[in-house]
Design a protein around this ligand. Structure first.
Ligand SMILES: NC(=O)c1ccc[n+]([C@@H]2O[C@H](COP(=O)([O-])OP(=O)(O)OC[C@H]3O[C@@H](n4cnc5c(N)ncnc54)[C@H](O)[C@@H]3O)[C@@H](O)[C@H]2O)c1
Length: 430
């Protein structure tokens, strides 16, 4: 028998969730509780209560959904097995102008938690899933109340199928949720597509995902404004830029920041063609942020002892390039020289590089002649560049039992399925 599901809050996300679950065909009926009489009446009259053209079209073509989904203004919680909360959570102080103050951005999630408590009071072990956007710190309450969190990534005004099947499901499972519980909601073949994470991770993924989008929009607008001021039609450039930027996963991998012969030069060129003080400030800040990132090695200095043998694997800005122009690893090299540490550097074709460009005090002793020998002898390895050959070292077990500080996020993207996190320090024990 189908377990009974109640969605609380029948807006965009609530209705979408109902459609998503029913679309899987194993669920025949879902109830939605809402306080908006207009929405309930619309639904009863076979009308779409949410303004979205794709949703409208979908419901017109799939009228059976009006029978399978039921809008209610009252519900007896005792009758349900699963509760899915999709209530609004906008910050209360909507009139406050200064959004940049953190106090004004607190989402009002109290209603959600009072529903959760009410449900738990009636049915202690009830299975509750929150889908609303919540504050990062709400993970404490969510975990404490033993509730699951399933963030929603729907894009309003997009095709239904894209929203329903467009990406994997990210799910933070409460302790009282079994695999069987989830299989009651999602069919076996889709279960494989679920990525299980902790509650705080799920909330962070939601925040980061939308921040990527939001800041990309800001950068696009900044560049479009610069373009306009220089009498160039940005709309002519967009398709060309989109094509050029299509496949660049590396730009999303955090590490030491950028260097090389193009990124610093071209991004700073913007400073020459700007005539807005605000834009100038923003670009200067972005550049400054990047330069500061080069000092991220400082977070790991406590791991180095005075007599350690340090090895820097990779000194070019990008693996496979030998490009040491403005390479971000320069900061670390300068530091080690200044503090007289015992360190060596290596990357392929090192002999062809003018290392004086990095620091004029680099000498013969700092250069690795026999990488295999030095890999054995060193205590600490800093990964400073993402050369594919480092993967080979790992595969051939040449890096063993060393303290590794991955400044480049290299191991997180390496093809060897070694899922270490960026900036993590670890030993590789095979
Ligand atoms: N819309 C999106 O694209 C989107 C995407 C991801 C996450 N979210 C998040 O999901 C949550 C819901 O967003 P939405 O866009 O569906 O909002 P919405 O305003 O469209 O829907 C909320 C619904 O909840 C109902 N409601 C309000 N108070 C209620 C109560 N006390 N009891 C029962 N029902 C009540 C409202 O009448 C409304 O129908 C928010 O936290 C939002 O940030 C939205």
């Amino acid at each position: 028998m189908q377990k009974k599901i109640l969605i609380i809050g029948g807006g965009y996300v609530g209705l979408y969730t109902a459609i998503k679950l029913i679309n899987n065909e194993q669920i025949k009926k879902i109830d939605i509780l809402d306080i908006d009489k207009k929405k309930i009446d619309k639904w009863k009259n076979l009308k779409n209560p949410i303004s979205d053209l794709y949703l409208e079209d979908f419901l017109q073509k799939n009228k059976s959904f009006f029978k399978k989904i039921n809008y209610l203004n009252k519900a007896n919680f005792e009758n349900y097995h699963f509760f899915i909360l999709t209530l609004p959570t906008n910050p209360e102080k909507r009139k406050i102008i200064n959004w940049q103050s953190s106090k004004n951005n607190i989402l009002s999630t109290n209603k959600i938690f009072s529903y959760c408590k009410k449900i738990k009071n009636i049915k202690k072990n009830s299975k509750i899933i929150i889908r609303s956007t919540v504050n990062y710190n709400d993970y404490l309450k969510i975990d404490d109340l033993n509730i699951s969190y399933w963030p929603e990534f729907l894009s309003q005004g997009q095709k239904i199928d894209k929203n329903i099947n467009g990406h994997k499901i990210i799910f933070a499972k409460a302790k009282n949720f079994t695999k069987k519980d989830i299989l009651n909601l999602i069919p076996e073949q889709k279960y494989k597509n679920i990525i299980f994470v902790k509650t705080n991770e799920a909330i962070m993924i939601k925040i980061f995902h939308n921040s990527f989008d939001a800041f990309s929009i800001t950068i696009s607008n900044l560049l479009a404004n610069i373009s306009q001021k220089n009498n160039i039609k940005f709309s002519n450039l967009i398709p060309i830029l989109n094509d050029l930027l299509k496949i660049k996963p590396r730009v999303k991998t955090p590490g030491l920041g950028y260097g090389g012969s193009c990124y610093p030069k071209d991004s700073r060129s913007l400073l020459n063609i700007l005539n807005s003080k605000k834009d100038l400030k923003l670009i200067n800040q972005l550049d400054k942020y990047n330069l500061n990132q080069q000092k991220s090695y400082k977070n790991y200095l406590n791991l180095i002892k005075k007599n350690d043998k340090i090895l820097i694997l990779g000194i070019s800005f990008k693996g496979q390039t030998n490009d040491i122009t403005e390479t971000p690893i320069k900061s670390l090299v300068n530091y080690l020289i200044r503090k007289k540490y015992n360190f060596k550097i290596w990357e392929p074709n090192l002999d062809k590089l003018n290392l004086k460009m990095i620091n004029k005090n680099i000498n013969e002793q700092n250069i690795i002649k026999n990488i295999e020998k030095d890999l054995k002898e060193c205590n600490i390895i800093f990964i400073g560049s993402d050369w594919d050959i480092f993967n080979k070292f790992i595969k051939e077990k040449k890096i063993k039992d060393k303290k590794i500080i991955d400044l480049k996020g290299y191991l997180s993207i390496s093809k060897e399925n070694i899922h270490y996190r960026i900036g993590d320090t670890f030993n590789i024990n095979y």
